[in-house]
Design a binder for this molecule. Structure first.
Ligand code: MN
Length: 202
């Protein structure tokens, strides 16, 4: 997705909409992917429509580059471009309960153990931080340029790219990610999501 250019199109899911039952319900997957993600795609295209020069830039260049633009046009591109990038990472980072690895292994496990004591303690700290996101945003397990792990919160559709961090795990804590099933109980969604997050191999 980062190397894509205008016009952007919605990437299909790599699994079925009901692949994450009972942890993420089928209706939420439809709304989240087909409506919310699609809206970020549409609005990014709309924001780029009047700017032919920017249409040649990749999504990565749009999110990190410097280019002359009015503040409101730039905000529309960063908000919607961030939404496109974050959602592509989020949906790519899920894998059905019976496939993929739902716990860290190898080098990533060693880094988690040395940074947080254990995988269980890491999950506790991650969930506490995700519970503390005020309003809309994301929580990520990120790796910095010195290969250190960090749990970071991202407001609205800010991206880790803008902090020069690589994303290992990304959890959407906007209400649209969980409200149909979990209502106001974000903590229950955060407990459940570990069953479907897949861990990269470092
Ligand atoms: Mn979302």
């Amino acid at each position: 997705m980062l190397n894509s250019t205008y016009p952007y199109t919605l990437p299909p899911l790599g699994y079925d909409y009901d692949a994450f039952e009972p942890y993420i319900d089928t209706e939420t997957m439809h709304y989240h992917h087909d409506k919310h993600f699609q809206t970020y795609i549409n609005n990014l295209n709309k924001a780029l429509e009047p700017h032919p020069a920017l249409q040649k830039l990749t999504l990565k260049q749009l999110l990190t580059g410097r280019y002359p633009l009015s503040p409101s046009d730039k905000t529309a591109i960063l908000n919607n471009g961030g939404g496109v990038y974050n959602h592509s990472l989020f949906f790519d980072g899920l894998s059905p309960a019976l496939s993929g690895s739902h716990s860290p292994e190898g080098r990533l496990l060693a880094l988690i153990n040395s940074g947080y004591g254990s995988f269980e303690e890491f999950k506790n700290q991650f969930n506490l931080q995700a519970a503390s996101v005020f309003g809309s945003g994301w929580t990520a397990l990120a790796i910095d340029t010195q290969k250190r792990l960090r749990i970071v919160n991202l407001k609205n559709q800010d991206t880790a790219l803008q902090q020069n961090l690589g994303i290992l795990i990304l959890v959407d804590v906007w209400e649209h990610a969980y409200y149909l099933k979990y209502k106001n109980l974000r903590a229950e969604y955060l407990e459940a999501i570990w069953n479907v997050l897949s861990f990269p191999v470092l």
